[in-house]
Design a protein around this ligand. Structure first.
Ligand code: AMP
Length: 617
């Protein structure tokens, strides 16, 4: 399976160098507006558009944004490389000219895979499987939803699988390894610098080994002193193979790590076709820097086990129930508030770095009851581990009782949608609501009832990644129970509640399904208020009479059909989350599958057809 959205474009060459791109354009005749697309070596998931004008070459980097869109520096966002090229074939919008004629790959020039391409999928799979203990279908779904966010993270540790990576060895040991065997110019290895957490490059030149420190700037990018900056170590190495960038010579032959020879996967262009299946990385388990979650001896070392791993994405490492006050920096910025107190922005310091967190701070004058409530919420959250549920990282009992959670910085879904109406597509909402259904299916399987599912309690990490939050009303059901019965009615969100909650105080996963339907309605109406100005009792009468809210304007029919099923009056006849998630998934996949190939193919066809690509004269 190729996840490179440019893979099918006839003018896409994959991972080729700038000079190779220029060579192809020369061979194609150097007409004004002739262009090709290639993989960008510097920015992950990015491309470079190489274009001819006036017998000169122009190379434009295309960045992949976190929300999954693609843009030229300062240009408009586009949903894919094909759509971007199609746009610039009609409007130069800052380029030297429009894209007029694609420089097509000849049949004997296959798309050249990048070094990371062959590793990416297995690494993603392993990461999702191990971090969230997911298997089978649940894992496949998580991979699809999380790939864009995880890809970058995984890529930052991909060098650990490369034959030239020797992990933590001394400078002397590096020299010993390079001097053993043949000593051609450009033979090289990368090693961890002792104690500093940075990397060094050791390279042979004129039978002498030279050492270079690899710099890392504040944003985490790697470079040689005053050289080009890269997101990852392996991109830097690939670049230095093509360009010396201040070194005595280009990198050439890898000094192969002994362990890597047995285990390292064949990389495109260096060895034969790689076998499917995960290959253990060259680094030994002994190098693992994660005592907290004792990594099983038999387990492969995964990205999250390494020092460079961003702990925000490795919640298991920081799932310590008790957090020391000295580990927390609390910002004045308030993210929100409630009866209990407020939620503040903060930073949690861990052994392997700092993590942005959200801190629920209990008001100091709060009575015992509220404190107990917060402890119960913490207890529930502590038992949950799913990508689509906000994680609790721990509790800190200091000047106030504080619940420390992972940060979902784009905030509540209803607010996000109402203030970003123009940039959020319906497909985007389907994806987010599918994620919510996956999180709810997980809760259902674990026999937890949420009891306050609403768009305000779905928080966004970013535009493409949703997490269910606020477990203040949640309950863990007993093994033999399928509902929780509240003794008395409280301050309840009635508009989100199923009839059996209101009439009999009975709460189950099926009543959460009803709330999911209301949450869907809120989402597809871009943060609209359910039942408009009706009061609680009016809503009950409305529902009892068999009426239901209308389909929001932008909502696809099939999504409205799911909502109405969620609003089945009798809970016995209402679908469960297993069924709801299936419906969400099948619709989500049907539209995303349709949108991608069709969009890409149409753009490719337009670009491949000079008449279509050329502006009318
Ligand atoms: P809650 O009482 O849990 O609903 O939190 C109140 C408000 O605080 C929410 O509506 C959010 O705006 C904010 N908030 C709560 N938890 C988080 C989080 N993990 N990340 C970001 N913001 C949060």
């Amino acid at each position: 399976m190729s996840i490179d959205p440019a893979a099918d474009l006839p003018f896409y060459y994959g991972s080729i160098s700038r000079s190779d791109a220029e060579q192809h354009l020369k061979l194609a005749g150097m007409a004004d507006g002739i262009f090709l697309l290639r993989q960008c070596l510097r920015s992950l998931g990015g491309y470079v558009l190489s274009l001819v004008w006036n017998l000169e070459f122009h190379h434009y980097p295309i960045e992949k944004q976190l929300n999954g869109t693609y843009c030229l520096t300062g240009g408009k966002p586009h949903c894919g490389p094909a759509e971007l090229c199609e746009f610039y074939s009609k409007d130069s919008d800052g380029l030297v000219c429009t894209l007029r004629k694609p420089c097509l790959r000849s049949p004997d020039t296959p798309v050249r895979p990048g070094v990371f391409d062959s590793l990416r999928e297995n690494m993603l799979r392993e990461y999702v499987k191990q971090t969230w203990n997911l298997e089978g279908e649940a894992m496949e779904q998580a991979i699809i939803s999380q790939a864009p966010q995880l890809e970058k993270l995984i890529a930052t540790t991909a060098h650990e699988k490369m034959p030239w990576y020797h992990a933590k060895i001394t400078r002397q040991e590096g020299e010993r390894r390079l001097y053993s065997g043949a000593q051609p110019d450009g033979k090289f290895l990368i090693r961890d610098r002792e104690e500093t957490g940075t990397y060094a490059l050791s390279m042979m030149y004129g039978k002498t080994v030279y050492h270079y420190q690899i710099l890392q700037d504040k944003s985490g990018k790697y470079s040689m002193p005053e050289g080009t900056k890269f997101d990852t170590i392996w991109q830097l190495v690939e670049y230095l193979k093509m360009k010396s960038d201040g070194l005595l010579t280009n990198l050439r032959e890898a000094c192969v790590n002994g362990k890597a020879t047995e285990n390292t996967p064949s990389l495109p262009g260096t060895r034969g076709k790689r076998q499917n299946g995960y290959t253990p990385p060259p680094r030994a388990v002994a190098a693992v820097s994660m005592p907290a979650v004792a990594v099983a001896e038999h387990r492969d070392v995964l990205p999250m086990d390494t020092d460079v791993f961003n702990p925000y994405h490795n919640p298991n490492e920081v799932r310590k129930f008790n957090i020391q006050r000295t580990q927390l920096l609390i910002d004045e910025v308030e993210l929100g508030s409630g009866n209990f107190g407020c939620v503040k922005k903060g930073v949690l310091k861990t052994d392997s770095g700092q993590i942005d967190v959200a801190i629920k701070v209990l008001k100091s004058d709060n009575e015992k009851l509220v404190k107990e409530e917060m402890m119960r919420e913490a207890e529930i959250m502590h038992q949950l581990s799913n990508p689509f549920i906000v994680r609790m990282l721990g509790l800190c009992n200091a000047e106030n009782l504080m619940l420390v959670m992972e940060m979902a910085s784009a905030g509540p879904l209803n607010k996000f949608l109402s203030s970003n109406k123009d940039t959020v597509s319906v497909e985007n909402i389907v994806n987010l609501m599918h994620q919510v259904s996956m999180g709810m299916k997980y809760l259902e399987e674990k026999n937890f009832v949420h009891r306050d599912l609403a768009a305000r309690n779905v928080l966004l990490v970013n535009q493409q990644f949703a997490k269910i939050s606020d477990f203040g009303l949640s309950k863990a059901l007993g093994a033999d129970d399928n509902y929780y019965k509240a003794r008395t009615a409280g301050k309840w969100p009635l508009k989100w509640y199923a009839p059996e909650c209101i009439n009999f105080h009975k709460f189950s996963s099926k009543s959460d399904v009803w709330s999911f339907g209301i949450t869907m309605w809120e989402a597809f109406s871009y943060g609209g208020k359910p039942y408009k100005k009706m009061k609680g009792p009016d809503v009950m009468r409305f529902i009892d009479s068999g009426s239901r809210m209308d389909c929001p304007t932008a909502c696809p029919e099939r999504m409205y059909a799911v909502m109405k099923e969620c609003w089945t009056y009798k809970h016995e006849e209402r679908p469960d989350f297993k069924k709801v998630e299936e419906s969400m998934r099948s619709y989500h996949y049907s539209i995303s599958n349709k949108a991608k190939p069709e969009g890409a193919a149409a753009a490719a066809a337009a670009a491949a057809d000079p008449a279509a690509a050329e502006p009318s004269k």
